[in-house]
Ligand binder design. Sequence first.
Ligand code: GLA
Length: 366
Amino acid sequence: MEVTDLSHASEQVPEAGHTNNVTVARCPGRVNLIGDHTDYNNGVALPMAIDLYTEVTYDPISGSQVIEIYSDTQQGVAKVDIDIPLTSEAIREVEPPWSRAAAGIVALTRPFEGGRLSYSGNLPVGAGLSSSAAFEVGTALALGIEGDPTVVAEQCRHAGEVATGVPAGIMDQLTVLAARQGSALLIDFSTLLYKYIKLPESMEVVVVHSGQQRILAGSAYAARRAECEAAALHLGSLGEISYDVANALPDDTMRRRARHVVSECERVKRFARCMEKGDLRTAGQLMVESHRSLAGDFEVSTPVLDRLVDELTSLDGVYGARLTGAGFGGCVVAICDPGSIDISTFKNGAWVVKPSAGASIVQAPS
Ligand code: GLA
């Protein structure tokens, strides 16, 4: 992978036993502009990588059989054997729990020798900005994984699922690997093909944290996914059916879940066309419709998220806003004219984010 930025890489003086082989990978978070709960339904979405990131440093120690895992924001140090198997039984034993996703990637990449993995960065954890995917993908790159972004994304997604038990889709990993500066990705999850959609330069993207951590996200996410899979048994993948077929389902819950996925995919395609034409007004309306569908038919919003969407969309210069990611808390994303949202007024955290490039190695072994 291309070496893109060496400016911040500090001089590494190897200690005894350490080699001069430090690798630093930087992985952005992502915000999904539109298209939630569509990825595991073979639908479409339009996410972008953002300029908040996690940085992973891997410092191999020759002769060691153990990877030590440190973070500057989490307590404790994990010690993981380099030959740990990629099974939930083995990874469940790893302490502290925050390090299990890294242990999953150690199991995936099978490093040749032990060493030290450490994490830093400015991407908020648990906010719905894909800190988990950044953690997984950054670790995998630091440990030397290579390959087509769709293949690496699926490998990291699978390792993350084994490590955490959350049956997430592939959107986050694919976005943070394949993103390009200035663009969002229009991803078709039925084929895993994606296309870059250049975003209007006059558009500002703002992310506001609701203050609600996504505590129930794991189990509630799995429940939604199971409901969609149950509906798909009757109809086929929900991302590939028509609105009329979805709306004719006799079971009320399944009908509403299917209706969200079908209508959301339609909104994603229209939103992508709006970006190409610079039609921010229609794009904003589509975001608000998306939020209503996620809140009403898919039931993944909260009163706090709903109020935040109302508050943001009432501001001059704001075209639209919606919850982003899994829901159940986390963040709202808005599109607006530059400067329309004063991020300093949001006490739980708010960021003006730029469409950024995907993960890269920022320091390679010398
Ligand atoms: C989480 C998952 C993604 C996707 C979104 C909802 O971020 O990791 O795969 O399903 O929720 O769109």
